[in-house]
Design a protein around this ligand. Structure first.
Ligand code: FNR
Length: 344
């Protein structure tokens, strides 16, 4: 029997691991030898759009839509509940087209009835499908994922991207919950972010390169027909800086989320210090859960919270908001990129 695509993605994501450079190596946090705060004062709550998060770390969209994925979603949801993290499910289109698949997503709401749960669909979704995805989970928000290069690499993938802006705009206006638009690991540049802002999007996950690599995954599934595209995209640090520049120019209150190759707490702290309101982690959490179990994942998230408090104390930032206004030094390739792109 053919292995469902959703499971192949899980297996290849685990096998390939993070794909290279997330860009945060070029960012340097500044020490504060006079922090004037105590560690037990540090608050980790954050805001994205109109949602309040008790942690700035989000378990990002991965799976659903096949039997084994129900177990993965259940275990990730237990971790989300125990650690107080918001969690997104993978694309719900499988269940929109095939309603008996809904339980593989609904399990997330079942084990975490009071947690923050995000639905997920692609930009091909209609308003009606978006509403069904939200209802399926009683979702607190809906993610719309963008994955153009992944589609183009798949022989059966989409080739027509007409109308996506109109559909995203209509979903933002009509779905009835906050909408987050996210890339899946190819990143975003200022011009794309500006377009999303013009549609009224208030939460953007820049989904940069440097972590799970869907070009490499689709190529690995088929014997590398287009391996030359495996380094397509902008890394996460650069994507975040591009999005911050769009936000600065537009003078709007959009919340930015950084995902893509984030596994270490130092990178969480760097993303927040640059100006992200939250970070998303997918592949690194999947790996801990699948190889070491749910208790280990809960332990890892707890350790990341402790490490983040430690770094925030050493920087003199008692809140995520305070962290966001701390200075950083940007060097190396990222500095050159910012210069070439006129990013202040
Ligand atoms: C994903 N990701 C994803 N994103 C999305 O919006 N809808 C989806 O269905 C999926 N499916 C999916 C499956 C698997 C197995 C993985 C690992 C990831 C992308 C994910 O949310 C994230 O944007 C990227 O994985 C980059 O983050 P990491 O993995 O580098 O932390």
């Amino acid at each position: 029997m053919r292995i469902p695509r959703k499971l192949e993605h899980v297996h290849h994501a685990l096998q390939l691991g993070p794909g290279g450079n997330n860009g945060f190596g070029g960012i340097k946090l500044l020490p504060n030898c006079l922090p004037g705060i105590s560690s037990d004062q540090i608050a980790l709550n954050s805001r994205i759009g109109e949602l309040t998060l008790s942690s700035p770390i989000i378990i990002n969209a991965m799976t659903g839509g096949a039997n084994e994925t129900e177990e993965i979603n259940r275990e990730l949801a237990v971790a989300a509940r125990e650690a107080g993290l918001a969690m997104a499910v993978g694309s719900q289109m499988a269940a929109i087209k095939n309603p008996e698949m809904a339980s593989s997503y609904q399990v997330v709401r079942k084990v975490n009835p009071n947690g923050l749960v995000f639905g997920n669909l692609g930009s091909e979704a209609t308003v009606e499908q978006a509403k069904r995805a939200v209802d399926m989970l009683r979702a607190d928000a809906l993610q719309i994922h963008l994955n153009v290069m992944q589609e183009l690499i798949m022989p059966e993938g989409d080739r027509q991207f007409n109308g996506m802006l109109e559909r995203i705009g209509a979903i933002v206006r009509q779905v009835g919950v906050p909408v987050m638009v996210k890339e899946v690991g190819f990143g975003m540049v200022r011009e794309s972010v500006e377009t999303l802002l013009s549609l009224g999007v208030k939460m953007i996950d820049v989904g940069g390169a440097g972590g799970t690599n869907f070009a490499a995954i689709e190529n690995a599934r088929r014997g590398q027909p287009m391996g030359w595209l495996n380094d397509w995209g902008c890394n996460t640090a650069i994507s975040l800086l591009e999005a911050l520049e769009a936000k600065r120019r537009a003078k709007t209150d959009v919340s930015l989320i950084a995902t893509g190759g984030i596994a270490q707490t130092a990178d969480v702290c760097k993303a927040l210090t640059l100006g992200a309101s939250a970070v998303g982690i997918a592949g690194a959490f999947l790996k801990v859960q699948r190889t070491k179990g749910t208790a280990a994942l809960i332990g890892r998230i707890g350790a990341m919270h402790d490490e983040l408090r430690l770094l925030m104390t050493a920087m003199g930032a008692a809140s995520i908001e305070a962290l966001q206004s701390m200075p950083v030094v940007i060097g190396g390739e990222t500095e050159r990129w910012c210069g070439a792109r006129g990013i202040a």
